[in-house]
Design a protein around this ligand. Structure first.
Ligand SMILES: [Zn+2]
Length: 217
């Protein structure tokens, strides 16, 4: 019923006189009834403006992430077989990221699978998704870009924890890696919540992470 309501509202609103007038005046049209998570159009500087980048790309199967990416000034690239679930096309996403990196200053590659496994509370599946990510995405990209003349910085991080125990998001600090062949590594060789506490970077807040990763213009 809701799907019908949404689709029907879009048809009705598309050529509604008020919307035609609004479009003519350069205003945004009201183009859909959307009974989920209401919000407003954010006003923000794009990531490319903020950090002085030429261009950037977002690769995700999740509309929310694509939308944030578009607001951040990134081009959204669709990958065939990207599902947002455990059966996603990991190899295809890694290849798309490698191709995009050849032409862009920034590629934000998002893989949702482990979050979904966390929501299901399925620990075995979650481990599997992390192993897929490690073998089919991180390894593939790392082994390719390390051959390039221009050094590529790689950051690996979740956007939040989704512990299987409670099947929902929590807000604890998340572990991250920043790798660049030109910066000296610290002594941490394992990537997990506990190990990274002994790392070079301490807890970063808000935009400190991006400022550390890219360096504010
Ligand atoms: Zn989630």
């Amino acid at each position: 019923m809701l799907n019908k309501l949404i689709l029907r509202s879009q048809e009705l609103l598309e050529n509604h006189p008020i919307n035609i007038k609004r479009k003519r005046e350069g205003k945004d049209p009201a183009n859909s009834i959307w009974p989920w998570s209401p919000g407003y159009k954010p006003e923000m500087k794009t990531i490319t403006e903020t950090y002085g980048l030429k261009n950037g790309v977002v690769i995700s199967a999740v509309d929310l992430i694509k939308g944030i990416g578009v607001y951040a000034g990134l081009e959204s690239i669709d990958v065939e077989g990207a599902t947002g679930l455990y059966d996603t096309n990991y190899e295809g996403k890694a290849q798309a990221a490698i191709e995009a990196l050849k032409k862009n200053d920034l590629v934000y590659l998002h893989i949702e699978a482990s979050d979904e496994a966390g929501h299901e509370g399925d620990i075995d599946l979650k481990i599997k998704t992390v192993e897929y990510l490690d073998n089919l995405v991180v390894k593939t990209i790392f082994e390719e870009v390390r051959k390039w003349d221009e050094p590529v910085t790689i950051a690996i991080l979740p956007d939040h924890p989704t512990p299987c125990r409670i099947k929902t998001h929590t807000s604890e600090p998340i572990p991250f890696i920043i790798y660049n062949p030109q910066i000296e590594a610290d002594n941490v060789n394992i990537y997990d919540e506990e190990s990274v506490k002994k790392g070079y970077y301490k807890v970063l807040y808000g935009d400190e992470f991006m400022n550390t990763l890219i360096g504010k213009k």
